[in-house]
Write a protein that binds this ligand. Structure first.
Ligand code: ADP
Ligand code: MG
Length: 220
């Protein structure tokens, strides 16, 4: 599904280049559940954003289903992201002045999915993520666990083939965190590819494979 060849990311300030990722080679097969670990500042979020097409590498090649993503312009990247990828952030990124229902509806509006089908998909997601009773509430009226559940429901509503999750349980208590991980395990069992960033060995144990990043390098 995914192949990275020699991916680097750096920021230039004057004559100084600061490398965040260095010469990353990585393959991710369809159906994989992969964990990325490493200390703060190692480049984990940057790698996940590049995989999610929310950021572009400075050097190297990225193939998604053998398509050369590194040659795509922003419009094509957005299009691919929208149809294939669900991104879950540590801090939920729900839209504050939209209700849970409206937050879930947003990606479907972007995908131009029509009224009846859209309503059906939102209803199904509310049901599946046990948010029916919360659908008219705003994010600030929910607990952290409920907000993350809504954010995950929103990331999954378009039925993406790939889920990228950046410390998804970082702001949750252990019960809420476990719920999120079990949800991922279930999705993975039904074929969804998952790449998660976590500091928790317990969360990493849900995955099948772990890579370690340090100062932008993948550790052997
Ligand atoms: N826009 C930017 N400009 C300059 N440096 C950045 C920028 N974004 C991230 N960095 C740097 O890249 C490094 C890796 O960041 P990040 O990928 O967020 O690491 P992690 O998620 O592993 O904590 C950090 O040292 C950070 O300061
Ligand atoms: Mg990070």
């Amino acid at each position: 599904m995914i192949k990275l060849c020699g991916i680097s990311k750096f920021y230039s300030t004057g004559y100084v280049k600061t490398f965040v990722l260095r010469n990353i080679d990585l393959e991710v097969a369809e159906g994989e559940f992969m964990t990325i670990m490493g200390p703060s500042g190692a480049g984990k979020s940057t790698l996940l954003h590049i995989l999610g097409m929310l950021d572009t590498p400075s050097e190297g090649q990225y193939f998604f289903d053998d398509k050369p993503v590194h040659t795509f312009d922003e419009r094509r990247l957005t299009e691919l992201h929208k149809h294939q990828i669900g991104f879950v952030f540590q801090s939920y990124h729900l839209i504050d002045d939209l209700t849970v229902y409206e937050n879930l509806e947003t990606p479907l509006l972007y995908k131009k999915i029509k009224g009846t089908e859209r309503k059906g998909l939102v209803a199904e997601a509310l049901d599946r993520f046990h948010m029916v009773a919360k659908k008219d509430l705003f994010p600030h009226q929910l607990s952290g666990g409920q907000q993350q559940r809504a954010a995950i429901a929103r990331a999954l509503i378009t039925k993406p083939r790939l889920i990228l999750a950046d410390e998804p349980t970082g702001n949750l208590n252990s019960k809420e965190g476990k719920e999120v991980m079990e949800m991922f395990a279930e999705l993975n069992a039904s074929g969804t590819t998952i790449i998660q960033v976590t500091h928790s060995e317990q969360n990493a144990a849900y995955g099948r494979k772990t890579i370690h990043l340090l100062d932008g390098w993948i550790q052997p």
